[in-house]
Design a protein around this ligand. Structure first.
Ligand code: AMP
Length: 215
């Protein structure tokens, strides 16, 4: 199972990817997570990426394509994977197709999670993540029991630097201009599945599984 998750920032790609990992034991490959780790570790890659991420812009293709190439070489991808946040524009999608065709391991589907624009802002400004286990919460819709503390592991919850209002607006604009055209890109290839991303996390997960033909 090789899947691309598409959807605006805040559509719930990361949340659904984590549920797919739990159920099907295949890795989630999130370029955003890889980049955030590089930033936290203070690597040269992280330093370069941070200036783009803080502005809500895309990190240059060369950098993220290099990251994906390295990641897809790892053994745990043999059984499949969920790409979350990659590709982000047509050039990345074309490079990915070429890379996977060379490996004779084409994608199975691209799943678009659709959420009305008005809902995205609240989802993003309210989003909190556990520093330790990456569990996600939302202060408006799914808060932790104790403010700022993870229910699962007791870790500290944090707000992503790029989940501040001004940066969010920019990220949504970048999504419309550069990433949304991928919906048509995969539709033309006959690979697109779409679901509505509103409702409870479990309801959406049922729709995800049904759309992907998973039981
Ligand atoms: P995400 O966690 O997917 O929302 O990504 C956070 C930020 O990381 C984005 O706003 C971009 O600056 C950067 N990023 C993540 N994935 C990509 C990608 N495929 N191409 C370019 N930049 C990316």
């Amino acid at each position: 199972m090789r899947i691309v998750l598409l959807g605006a920032p805040g559509a719930g790609k990361g949340t659904q990817a984590k549920k797919l990992i739990d159920k099907f034991a295949i890795p989630q490959i999130s370029t955003g997570d890889i980049l955030r780790k590089a930033v936290a570790d203070g690597t040269s890659l992280g330093k370069e990426a941070k200036s783009y991420m803080d502005k809500g812009e895309l990190v240059p293709d060369k950098v993220v394509i290099g990251l994906i190439q390295e990641r897809l070489k790892q053994d745990d991808t043999k059984k499949g994977y969920i790409l979350d946040g990659f590709p982000r524009n047509t050039a990345q999608a074309e490079t990915l197709d070429k890379m996977l065709n060379d490996l004779v391991m084409p994608l199975d589907s691209a799943l678009s999670i659709d959420v009305p624009k008005d809902d995205l802002m609240k989802r993003l400004t309210g989003r909190r993540t556990c520093k330790k286990c990456q569990q996600m919460y939302n202060v408006y819709f799914s808060p932790s029991k104790k403010d700022g503390v993870c229910d699962k592991c007791g870790g500290e919850l944090f707000q992503r630097d790029d989940d501040k209002e001004e940066t969010i607006k920019k990220r949504l604009d970048v999504y419309e201009a550069q990433t949304a055209p991928l919906i048509d890109y995969y539709k033309k290839k006959g690979m697109l599945k779409s679901i509505s991303g509103t409702g409870s996390i479990d309801d959406i997960f049922r729709k995800v599984c049904a759309a992907l033909g998973l039981k």
